[in-house]
Design a protein around this ligand. Structure first.
Ligand SMILES: N[C@@H](CCC(=O)N[C@@H](CS)C(=O)NCC(=O)O)C(=O)O
Length: 198
């Protein structure tokens, strides 16, 4: 398999983490997420959104959207519960991540820590407010359970871990969120865990 990847991207990291935990091998092609000039050349025909992660399977078919890729590989493994209700709970968190978490925390991190842009105070404030709300939601859930779905580690945890563990790079403070910090440690201690920098 070939992963069109970015070392700094949490969305790409989700895929790298699950593939590592499943001991699946693949090649990586680094794509510049700031200079987008060769994007169409690289990804047209593979991902209509021209973004990473984009994964090309061994048979040539391609998959995009980080959480869809997680779902594809988690099916039939420990990382997706068998119970249909719990599977839907996993989807609940994957959609939450893409609508209520990633657009705030990942985007603010990209602006400040990756592209080193200088957004206006209002733009930062709006992203910060949305990110805080997402982190509050996570903390509320993790006060009740060790992992996001059921009592085991799943791709819901991978999806939310990706940008929560680097939220500090976007100026978010997790110190008053003990349940989230304990969960980050539990995720980190899973077998075959790899860091985002790997
Ligand atoms: N919803 C997509 C988001 C993908 C995305 O935004 N990828 C970023 C890197 S994290 C990217 O390709 N940025 C460069 C660009 O938009 O051209 C996913 O979860 O895979």
């Amino acid at each position: 398999m070939l992963l069109y990847d970015s070392a700094v991207s949490g969305n790409c990291y989700k895929v790298r983490l699950l593939l590592a935990q499943l001991s699946l091998s693949y090649e990586r092609r680094e794509v510049d997420v700031i200079d987008r000039s060769n994007r169409a050349e690289l990804l047209a025909g593979l991902n209509p959104a021209l973004r990473v992660p984009t994964l090309v399977l061994d048979d040539g078919r391609s998959l995009a959207e980080s959480n869809a890729i997680l779902w594809h590989f988690a099916r039939g493994t420990l990382y997706l519960p068998r119970d249909p209700f719990e599977q839907t709970k996993v989807l609940q968190w994957l959609f939450f991540e893409q609508y209520s978490h990633e657009p705030y925390i990942a985007v603010l991190r990209f602006w400040l820590a990756v592209a080193k842009l200088t957004p206006s105070g209002e733009e930062v404030e709006a992203k910060h407010k949305g990110g805080e709300a997402a982190l509050d939601a996570l903390e509320r859930e993790l006060e009740l359970r060790p992992y996001l779905v059921g009592d085991a580690y799943t791709i819901a945890d991978i999806a939310l871990y990706a940008y929560t563990h680097v939220a500090g790079e976007a100026g978010f403070d997790l110190s008053a969120r003990p349940a989230t910090r304990a969960w980050l440690e539990r995720v980190k201690s899973q077998p075959r865990h790899v860091p985002i920098t790997d």
